[in-house]
Design a protein around this ligand. Structure first.
Ligand code: TYM
Length: 371
């Protein structure tokens, strides 16, 4: 059996999500919880239906409170080490759906400090420039400017730093070492950093001078940070943050997630149509070695990257998706044809996204929090 490893900075191997859920101590999203969400939203987001969001912490508690009239706010973020890729969009698209349905605020953190501290060759200026680029992608998804607050850690430091100190005082080195696996070579900025990621979990409570529940949509790799937040916040008399967690959008290569640190694995939101086309054409496929074999025995959609992309969100129609699955498995559809379906969908999505990204440049000031 292949081993896997998931940390906020690195994902290796083929992730067994059932095992990871147990290891992290998070709860699976079950039918009961889906029905409860549906009661408020009327429908179930594709990401919930297709098992893209699989785990949570205390989402039931947030719903209990919401049903009694207590609002919550959303918090999510991005470590700006490069351009945004398709995988990053998953928690953000979902956050937008929650914002629309529950009419809640979103606090969005851009951690230029984190990426500077953890990436050897990245300057603070480069991280800061990517924060701007990434913010355009967030805005392009259509968040409500009146309810969405985007900030970059170094630009909003005057507000964030004093709150991070409150966290730091309640967190000792042995806990951070145990959670993140730090050692004697770890730079001290990295040891402190998690305090900055905890701050937005209670920032609105500080601003509004009352405790407000926090719900964080994020990829499951970020859970270790919020384990610390959940440990520390009650010590500062704030609520523990709740979370809803997604699995990883696959990279273009065999196995592994789409990752900003592996350029060959990623389709960026800034990619041009010909780049998208050539990347998907070269993606790992579940097709057979020869045309003859493929037609005879069929392909394997379960490991095929183009099919996985359609399943995550590029083919929202369940019936069409099932037909593609069956036809690929039986050999009726060839790998080149399956890839072409995926190429058209991704190109159309990014064409629209890039238009909105361009428009976001004019609107960005409506969203940004500065000291
Ligand atoms: P970062 O920049 O690594 O990732 C941003 C968000 O995208 C998720 N993610 C993915 N989801 C699906 N498929 C993928 N292939 C994939 N790759 C990344 C991440 O889990 C994350 O939710 N330290 C954070 C920045 C941060 C943050 C937060 C994230 C600050 N505060 C609050 C979430 C919530 C980071 O470097 O994320």
């Amino acid at each position: 059996m292949q081993k896997f490893k998931v940390t906020p900075w690195n994902v290796e191997g083929d992730v067994d999500y059932n095992k990871l859920i147990k290891e992290f101590g998070v709860s699976k999203i079950d039918k009961n919880l889906l029905d409860r969400i549906k009661k408020h939203t009327g429908n179930i987001h594709l990401f919930l239906k297709r098992g893209v969001f699989i785990a949570h912490r205390d989402l039931d508690v947030v719903l209990d409170k919401y049903e009694k009239g207590e609002k919550f706010f959303l918090y999510t973020g991005r470590g700006p080490s490069g351009h945004t890729h398709l995988g990053h969009l998953i928690p953000w698209i979902f956050a937008k759906w929650i914002q629309d349905n529950f009419k809640v605020d979103l606090y969005f953190q851009l951690t230029d400090d984190e990426k500077f501290l953890f990436k050897e060759n990245l300057t603070l200026k480069q991280a800061n420039d990517f924060a701007y680029e990434n913010a355009l992608d967030v805005i392009a998804l259509g968040f409500d400017p009146k309810k969405t607050f985007i900030f970059t850690n170094t630009q909003y430091a005057k507000t964030l730093y004093s709150l991070a100190l409150e966290v730091a005082k309640k967190l000792n080195f042995s806990t951070t070492r145990a959670v993140f696996g730090f050692d004697n070579q770890t730079n001290v900025g990295q040891i402190f950093y998690t305090c900055m990621q905890t701050v937005p979990c209670f920032l609105p409570s500080v601003i509004c001078r009352k405790n407000i529940y926090c719900l964080i949509p994020h990829g499951i790799d970020q859970d270790p940070h919020f384990r610390i937040s959940r440990d520390v916040l009650p010590k500062l008399n704030y609520y523990k943050p709740a979370s809803i967690q997604n699995i990883f959008f696959p990279g273009l290569l065999k196995g592994g997630k789409m990752s900003a640190s592996n350029k060959n694995s990623a389709i960026y939101t800034t990619d041009k149509p010909d780049e998208i086309e050539s990347k998907i054409k070269n993606a790992f496929s579940g097709g057979k070695e020869t045309l003859k074999e493929h037609k005879l025995y069929g392909g394997n959609p379960d490991i095929d990257i183009a099919y996985q992309y359609l399943k995550f969100f590029f083919e929202p129609d369940d019936k069409k998706l099932q037909k593609i699955y069956n036809n690929y498995k039986s050999g009726k559809i060839l790998t080149t044809e399956l890839k072409q379906i995926c190429i058209e969908k991704v190109k159309a999505f990014l064409f629209e996204h890039q238009k909105k990204r361009q428009e976001a440049k004019k609107k960005i000031n409506e969203f940004i929090l500065n000291d």
